[in-house]
Structures are given as structure tokens and as C-alpha cells.
Design a protein around this ligand. Sequence first.
Ligand code: MTE
Length: 333
Amino acid sequence: MLIKTHRDGFVHERSSEITPRAVYQERRDLMRWMASGAAGVGLAAWAGREALAQSATARPGKLAPLPGRRSAVAGAVTLEKVTDYRDASTYNNFYEFGTDKSDPARNAHTLQTQPWTVEIDGLVRKPGRYAIEDLIKLSAQEERIYRLRCVEGWSMVIPWVGYSLSKLIDKVEPLGSAKYVEFTTLVDPKTMPYVGSSVLDWPYVEGLRMDEARHPLTLLGFGMYGEVMPNQNGAPVRLVVPWKYGFKSAKSIVRIRFTEQEPGTAWNKAAKNEYGFYSNVNPQVDHPRWSQATERRIGEDGLFAKRRKTLMFNGYESQVGQLYAGMDLRKFY
Ligand code: MTE
């Protein structure tokens, strides 16, 4: 059965994936309650965020609710089971804090997210340096429930909070010569224990073609599950590009640069034949060392848990397929 819902075009293949409405309603009521409780707190909550205890086993409600967020209900009815917050915040890739999946939740409390600025430069009419508080307020935030498929073969379904990157791009007015957008993330040896390691050439850099960056699905994320982003998930600001392998979704961004040339990206530099610039989720193109045809949904573990079939463009083909019309996706992997 194929059901298409809400404006993000979430597509569901099997009725067994559907969370009973009452269950999800309950979750949303809880989030609404949290949001209303925080309504008067606004940015003060953000400012006080660092003071809040953050534990790896936290449930939503432990971190500050996101200021200025639209109701979780606004147009966002999901029918696919949302990954448990605990899994989403304890099974992470954030190599600056270690290479084991549990390292970021354990180590990322050292990340200093305040003050935080994001530099916008390169081929734009209005370059500048945004304080994170101003970046958050630049456009109304919404909740978007996206699948994220990691190149390693696992996936999650996460309610992200943010706004389309295109809102920021429109504001800074790229020049006609700007063809790509490069995202540079924080590198701070004092707070990031692994940036001294040779796993990657730091800082972690990612890039998108301009039309990909402008696509409404591409999210500039400031939170998840109705709260500010946990450090391990890329606080205070990250990308979420749901039709690409997870590594394109750069965490803890400090610079956004508009360029004419395709940016050199961290994983492409580390292993060119394994990680291409595009990295669109594609079950037909194997990684040189493993198949990409199926995936494991985090939270569905157990001896008999079945792997799911990976969908072309992670299930977002009807929205993004046109961006790649005529391209040989084996060559541009
Ligand atoms: N961003 C930075 N700065 N450093 C990283 O190591 N890992 C990437 C991506 N963004 C990474 C990063 C990878 S491989 C994945 S799968 C996703 O973050 C994981 O995001 P999550 O931990 O929120 O699920």
C-alpha cells in the first residue's frame, strides 16, 4: 500500500509501518504541552541551555524546548514509526567525539554551543556573520519527520526542527556564479577529543550543488523531538538532507560558503572511490565493500528483525529525482 501524506511527501510502503494515530497523537499532545509551557521562556531558554543537565538517556523534555517553533501538528502528520529519542541520541556518528556509535553521547557534553556564530561568505551579495540566536529567528521553524539513511546500512526516522536552508540562501543573495554551497563544521581540539586523529582531514566539510541546497526538503536543523539539538546530534545547527547518505548532513556548522567549484568534502578526500560528492541514497549502486540494497532500522533489533529494502533517494524520489535527470548515477555516486 502506498500512502502519501503531508507536504514533505512522506511515503509509506507497508501498513505495518503505521503508528496508530492515537499513539502518535499522545506524543504530539505531550510536545504541544511542552511547547506551551515554554512559550514565555523563549530565547532565555536557549541561553540557559548549557546549564541544563544532558544525559545520554534523556527523554524529550530534558533539554530546552526550541523557541519560536510552530506547533508539531502544523501539517506534520506522520504515519511511520518515529525512532525512539533514546536511540536517536545515543547511536550517533560524530567523529570529532570518537568513532564508536556511543562515543558522541558520552563525550559531546564538552561542546561549547554558546556563543556560536555562522559565517556566510563566498559568492554572495550579502555576506555576514550570524549569531546562532539570529539564525534561529531568521524564519519560522517547523517540525519535519525525515528518514535518515546512513551509508553504513542503518536508518532512523526523526522529527527534526528547523527551516528550509533556502530561506537563508534567499536572504544572503548568492551571485549567479555561485554553483555550490560548502559547509564547514567546528574544529576545536580543546573540546573535541578526536580532531587530533588521522581518521579524517579536519574540519569536517560537506557540500551541495546549489539546486540541492535550495530544495525545500534540505533542512537547516536546530533541534529534534521539539527540543534544541542535543550536542551529539550536531548542536547548535546542522544540515539534514534526507535523500542523501547521512554523512552529507554536516553537524555543528560554523561556515557556509558559496562557490563556483565543487567543494572538496571530508569523506571524498578520505576515500574517493567509496564516497562521492553526490552520495544520493541508491540501492542499485553498492558501496565498494558492501551492498546498499537493504538497511536496518534502528530500534527494530533482535535476532529475527528483518532488514528493510532501501528505497531510491531514500523514498524521496518523487520530490528530488528531477534534480538528477539525465545523470549517470553510477558515475556520479
Ligand atoms: N558531522 C560532523 N561534523 N562530523 C561527523 O562525524 N557524521 C555524519 C553526519 N554529520 C558527522 C557529521 C554521519 S556519517 C552521519 S550518519 C550523520 O551525521 C549522523 O547523524 P546522527 O548522529 O544525528 O544520526
